[in-house]
Design a protein around this ligand. Sequence first.
Ligand code: NAP
Length: 332
Amino acid sequence: MHTRTLGNTGAGISEIGLGTWQLGSADWGTVDPADAQAILTRSVELGVNFIDTADVYGMGHSERAIGDFLKTTSAELHVATKLGRRHDEPHGWPQNFTLETMRAHTEDSLRHLGIDSLFLTQLHCIPTDELRRGEVFDHLRTLQSEGLIQHWGVSVETVEEGLLCLEQPGLASLQIIFNIFRQKLVDELLPVAQAKGVGLIARVPLASGLLAGKFNTATSFPETDHRHYNAEGQCFNIGETFAGVGLANGAALAEAVRDTFPDPGDHTMAQQALRWGLDHDAITTVIPGASRLDQAESNAAVSEMPELPVDTHTQLRALYDDRIHEKIVGAY
Ligand SMILES: NC(=O)c1ccc[n+]([C@@H]2O[C@H](COP(=O)([O-])OP(=O)(O)OC[C@H]3O[C@@H](n4cnc5c(N)ncnc54)[C@H](OP(=O)(O)O)[C@@H]3O)[C@@H](O)[C@H]2O)c1
């Protein structure tokens, strides 16, 4: 597993990380606790040392699963969580952005994880106006000076939000939706972040599974799965579900992506799609989520894959310009 330095943190993090929204057992159906531990254990055995979670993934369930795992390992791991979307009383949305609330939510994350200080916390897709007002960044600097967090970053939905955050001194990382269906960022955000030395964490790298090439228009998802209940963006930003292209368009476009990839040899389509993200050197880590052990194993192996040919990148960019861009719904 190769590592890349995450922004100003000085930490060498694995270029394939583990996304653990799935381990919240809420928005992707249920993941058995034993399977969750197996996914974490095997990922770390394979060199993954960066784990992304959030306080709202199963309302602490994902963080607690990671906390249980941390008790079993002596590996040096970098766990990143997020805050800002809790809706429980008395500190719930939209009062999430006071220093008092952010401190209380950070302390809860520390308790769930069983640690004293967070490696990285990230604002979790909070309203653009809050980013514009900017007090949240002062609150993060305060939590940093208090030692509750070591570094801070922001998970954003749009280029506009990313550029706003990049104006903030001390920003360690931006977490972005970045995959073959969302290439606008290549021109509009990656170069700016790279020039400022800010780490980039690429989420939804498989477009919620579409870029594994395994879905078609007849595929259905359980009611508890966001690919069922957020397919039209009813609950949160549509970009988080199928990268905003929808299941029907996405399945057809995934076929076109598959046709563009070179002969995969021993590699799967999902691995090639993840490799596309890693081939951008502005990206620090790509964080696929896994609901099964074999997915986590296959994803970790991408670090050792050769880069995709330059021609393939060129063709995928043309595919994006000609057919994909127009299909994306929602601000991006
Ligand atoms: N707002 C935010 O900050 C935010 C939002 C979204 C995600 N995230 C973070 O980013 C991480 C990654 O994004 P994501 O999980 O939403 O989307 P993703 O990584 O694009 O897709 C994950 C899904 O793809 C399928 N998959 C994964 N590996 C596979 C493989 N090797 N072969 C075949 N299928 C595979 C699985 O689907 P099945 O379960 O159907 O098998 C898995 O649940 C999350 O876990 C979370 O940590 C953050």
